[in-house]
Design a protein around this ligand. Structure first.
Ligand SMILES: Nc1ncnc2c1ncn2[C@@H]1O[C@H](COP(=O)(O)OP(=O)(O)OP(=O)(O)O)[C@@H](O)[C@H]1O
Length: 544
């Protein structure tokens, strides 16, 4: 069959349509070109304005950051300084105009393009690190029954690690990890397994902080900077009843203390322990292994306590580490022998009862507490279990038994007990000491079990490989576990002490009120044949 030609109208129509399409395309391309040229010239014209706006934004956010970083107590002076500058500018001839020009110039400088921006996302080696971390977590964060597992071998690590940061050495410095809701994050063992794995895989030798968000099924891992070990003993800016145990991270402590370091002053976050009538943790237990710095912490506490109170020191180690305090104003006794320790603690128990009775009588009579009950009394015991062993061998009274009254009633009577003990003496500590010392410090290396036993909760940070002396953890009551670095407060009579540290401690010592010759020489010797007389001031207090 012969093919019929298409109707003419159709063939010419399609040609026309094709032509008009071609025309539309050219017009579109031309208008795009026009728009591009217009936008290019507009951005050329507006470029300075855009740069200045960007610069102003950067300056404003820098100002906001500076304000947020300024400690609250310094904000007033900062505000005053800014107000003074504004006033001076307003008063100077052409000042406002010059100020606007300077501001625009600074904004233009700040807002300039700063070269090619850093490439987005991790580089090859960082990707490899994150992938290997992800793969290591697969066995812990996956279950065979999960139809859409977040963790699977060869899976997408990007979904599991939405945020990450690396340090200069290419190691992870901060990481946000998502995990499935069925992971048993409420169990300490499950958490510990993950924390151990992450520590090993992210690089040992650093301290990590783990923040578990059980509600959001997220774990934030942060690498912590080492705590400063160079802060020496000094007068800390604290109120009466506050004692600085040491320094910690700024993440968990709102307050900072100005400390002098050499010529400089800097603000550091302290662990402040409150004692006295309103304290919920009126007594402290310090644990550590030999050489971890427990005596140094006691010396630091004594120097702070002596500002407002009296101190009795009982030293079971017999190393004479508190000799610098003998005869100083406010130091009622430094006892190194069992008989002296017993006598001092007997006096302390009686004194606590006396204060308690006096306070109660005054209260019942509607009077304020008498003056002779107000001066805080501190009982500092370094290794008291050494005396417990000696007392048991000699069939004498255990000095720890005498702590019962000061521990139980010390808060109301203004008596604070601090006990420092080594790990081998932990079991020999009396029940009263364990029950009433609600402020806790652990110094030096310690196992997870030891930390949990003393602090009552595991720290959220991993242990450091090399623990400097005076480094550890502190927990006040049921509060968070803080990392702690005790200020260097060495024995000034120790030959190994540096001159600067020796001078720092000597400057804090109160005046010597009892001449050294008046002190019986046997006082600092370990074995004492005769019972020590009750300290001079103690007798006075007892008879009043
Ligand atoms: N916070 C600190 N900063 C700097 N050095 C410290 C600190 N704490 C302790 N040291 C140093 O560590 C050494 C041991 O300290 P310290 O005597 O206080 O330990 P200890 O736990 O009481 O041990 P021991 O009972 O065996 O004496 C000392 O040389 C001391 O100067």
């Amino acid at each position: 069959m012969a093919r019929r030609p298409l109707p003419r109208i159709l063939s010419t129509g399609s040609a026309q349509i094709a032509r008009s399409r071609e025309l539309a395309r050219t017009q579109l391309a031309r208008s795009r070109e026009l728009a591009r040229t217009a936008s290019d010239s507009a951005s050329d014209v507006l470029h300075p304005l855009i740069t200045i706006t960007r610069g102003l934004r950067r300056l404003a956010s820098a100002g906001r950051r500076k304000w947020a970083d300024t400690p609250k107590d310094r904000r007033g002076s900062l505000l005053f300084m800014v107000a003074s500058v504004i006033l001076v500018v307003a008063l100077v001839p052409y000042g406002p105009l010059l100020a606007v020009i300077t501001l625009m110039a600074a904004a233009a400088w700040q807002g300039r393009d700063r070269g090619p921006s850093a490439p987005e996302g991790p580089d090859a080696s960082q990707t490899e690190r994150l992938r290997s971390l992800y793969e290591a977590l697969v066995p812990y964060f996956s279950a065979a029954e999960d139809p859409a597992p977040l963790y699977a071998h060869g899976g997408e690590w990007e979904k599991a690690f939405p945020e990450y940061e690396f340090d200069g050495t290419g190691r992870v410095s901060s990481l946000l990890i998502r995990y499935p809701a069925y992971f048993t994050d409420g169990e300490a063992q499950s958490r510990a397994r993950i924390e151990h794995l992450l520590t090993a895989k992210s690089g040992r030798g650093r301290e990590y902080h783990f923040l578990w968000d059980e509600e959001g099924n997220e774990l934030t891992v942060t690498v912590l900077a080492p705590l400063p070990t160079d802060i020496a003993a000094q007068r800390f800016v604290t109120a009466p009843g506050e004692t600085v145990l040491g320094f910690t991270d700024d993440s968990q402590v709102q307050r900072t203390l100005p400390v002098i370091h050499g010529e400089e002053q800097r603000d550091v976050p302290p662990v402040v322990w409150r004692t006295g009538i309103r304290s919920t943790e009126p007594h402290l237990l310090v644990m550590g292994q030999p050489g971890s710095g427990t005596s140094t912490l006691l010396r630091s506490i004594a120097l702070q306590a002596l500002q407002y109170g009296d101190v009795v020191i009982v030293e079971g180690g017999g190393t004479g580490e508190y000799a610098c305090l003998i005869g100083r104003d406010g130091v009622l006794a430094v006892e190194c022998g069992p008989a002296g320790a017993l006598a001092s603690l007997e006096w302390a128990a009686t004194e606590t009862e006396r204060r308690l009775i006096a306070v109660n009588r005054a209260r019942q009579a509607g009077n304020p507490p008498p003056d002779d009950t107000k001066r805080p009394l501190w009982l500092l015991l370094d290794r008291p279990t050494a005396f417990s062993h000696l007392a048991a061998a000699d069939h004498r009274k255990d000095p720890q038994a005498l702590l019962q009254v000061p521990l139980r009633h010390g808060r109301a009577a203004g008596v604070t007990v601090v006990v420092a003990e080594q790990w081998d003496g932990l079991d020999a500590l009396s029940d009263a000491v364990r029950q009433h010392t609600r402020a806790r410090v652990v110094l030096g290396p310690a196992t997870a079990e030891q930390l949990a036993a003393v602090l009552g909760a595991p720290p959220h940070t991993t242990p450091v490989a090399d623990v400097p002396p005076g480094r550890g953890y502190a927990r006040l009551g049921t509060g968070p576990v803080h990392r702690l670095q005790v200020p260097a407060t060495p024995d000034p009579y120790d030959d190994a002490t540096s001159d600067a540290h020796r001078q720092a401690v000597l400057e804090l010592l109160p005046e010597r009120t009892t001449p050294m010759e008046a002190e019986p020489p046997a006082r600092l010797e370990k074995a004492e044949p005769e019972p020590e007389p009750v300290p001079a001031k103690a007798v006075v207090a007892e008879t009043t």
